[in-house]
Design a protein around this ligand. Structure first.
Ligand code: ATP
Length: 263
């Protein structure tokens, strides 16, 4: 696994003490991290942990209650449609395609090279004339990702891209994300339910539970400590593990401070 190509460059996105939620009520507390060009960060956590809320805030769709988010060195409050032009792409499990339009036209209207999309996902090559709505779920999601990556975003936010898809397709999608990071220098923040699989493609893993960071590990550490990751991930929302996790969460603050001073 190639680690981030981070040497000497500025973070693509820098999150400092972010607190966000709905109608002024915090759901996510004190989240801090940087993502460098070519780095893949995976957000893990049980249902309701605050992963989607985090992604919405990073995309500028939810206001911050505290803290700040800098994207490409500029503190941003612009809504998503403006940020897209600045190189931020946001994909979710809801496939962003035009169902009545052929796969080829879906790419063209997205301003994406058909050749590049087929190079990324060769299986799409035989399906170019097929209407979006008639593609399989996996093909639709490959198209969604090809459209997003074809625009060469500086940052890809991918929220449960592979939800409900077959394991082989999940690997294809995660591979393409890793390839974009390695070859285009795309910074990636992804939320994945498939922790085991996702950890194979990530440089850093943050486990969130009840809106707070419980573990903050490098990809290598997370792969070596999968049992601990799963425990933090799967422990019920009852809170019995909180005391034991205090020091682990403390590592998040220390690690973020370290990254900030290194950047
Ligand atoms: P999942 O894997 O189930 O999507 P998640 O980690 O993405 O979980 P979020 O969707 O971010 O979790 O939800 C975090 C908390 O915010 C939950 O308690 C949820 O009920 C609450 N929440 C989500 N959307 C809203 C909303 N529109 N208004 C108020 N509260 C919300």
């Amino acid at each position: 696994m190639m680690e981030a190509q981070a040497n000497g460059s500025q973070p693509v996105i820098s999150v400092k003490g972010m607190c966000t939620g709905y109608a002024g009520q915090p759901v996510v507390h004190d989240l801090s991290f940087d993502v460098m060009p070519g780095e893949v960060l995976c957000l893990l956590g049980p249902n309701g942990a605050g992963k989607t809320t985090t992604m919405l805030a990073l995309a500028g769709e939810l206001p911050l209650i505290e803290g700040e988010v800098e994207f490409a060195g500029v503190r941003k409050n612009a809504p998503l449609y403006k940020r897209a032009r600045n190189g931020m792409a946001y994909v979710t499990e809801e496939r962003s395609i035009f169902k009545g339009m052929s796969l080829r036209d879906n790419l063209r209207i997205g301003g994406v090279s058909v050749d590049e999309a087929v190079a990324l996902f060769p299986e799409l090559g035989k399906r170019l004339g097929v209407r979006g709505g008639l593609l399989s779920g996996g093909e639709q999601q490959m198209l969604t990702l090809a459209r997003a990556l074809g625009r060469k975003p500086r940052l890809l936010l991918a929220d449960e891209l592979s939800l409900g898809l077959a394991p082989l397709v999940v690997d294809r999608l995660l591979n393409a994300v890793r390839q974009a990071a390695d070859e285009q220098g795309t910074a990636v923040i992804m939320v994945e339910q498939h922790a085991h699989k996702a950890l194979g493609y990530t440089d850093r893993a943050i486990v969130i539970r009840r809106g707070r960071v419980r573990l903050d590990l490098t990809g290598e550490q997370a792969r070596g400590r999968i049992g601990e990751v799963e425990q933090a991930y799967l422990t019920s929302a009852g809170g019995d593990a909180d005391a034991g996790e205090a020091d682990l969460a403390g590592q998040h603050a220390a690690r973020s401070a370290e990254n900030n001073s290194a950047g």
